[in-house]
Ligand binder design. Sequence first.
Ligand SMILES: [Zn+2]
Length: 221
Amino acid sequence: MSGPGIPADGDHLELADVAALLGRDDPPARLCRHLAAVCTICGEQLRRAEALMQRFRHWNPEVAVVEGLAADGLLDTLLATGSKSWASQVEKEADLQTWGVAWAALERARAILAREAEGHALKLALLAAKIAGHLGTVYHPDWIADLKALAHAAAAAATPPSNADSRLRQVAAATAALQKGTGDQAVAQEVGELLARAFGGSAGGRRAEEPTVRHNRRRRI
Ligand SMILES: [Zn+2]
């Protein structure tokens, strides 16, 4: 059983292997894609890694995979506690200070915003902004700024009109962060849409009828 041979059945690439290979310039990334093309199981791992990169919108596959896989579980555990302690837990627990957890919180805030339930969306958007403020130097500052811009813009969109001062503060924070960000047009457009919603007056207690009809029509696809 010594010497090189055809790998045994258990010798496929692990998801972490795929992420590590994908994160390096050629030839490792090319090698990884080639393995994925010739092996079904490794191909499935590559698709999982790429799906995590797409979902968490992070250029580094290792960040997307390692933090992405853990993010929902960490966020669920945090959310199961009372929202009043979220901020202090983020300050204390380094596990929560990741791009993945911040992104998952922002994702949920925006999903709830889309269903017109601003109260909970506001808490989640503020949580995402809070985590973004605690991201360490392993993350690129321009990317952190993009994340902050989206989180503050979502918070602005979720703040009721009756709290105009707070909403303006979120708008100002989103605008300032966007100016420090990567300049990604897609981010700028999403921030713009959220801020338009903040100024559109549909946030808060009043039920906006037209947007609901539009959402329903879109859901039917
Ligand atoms: Zn394989």
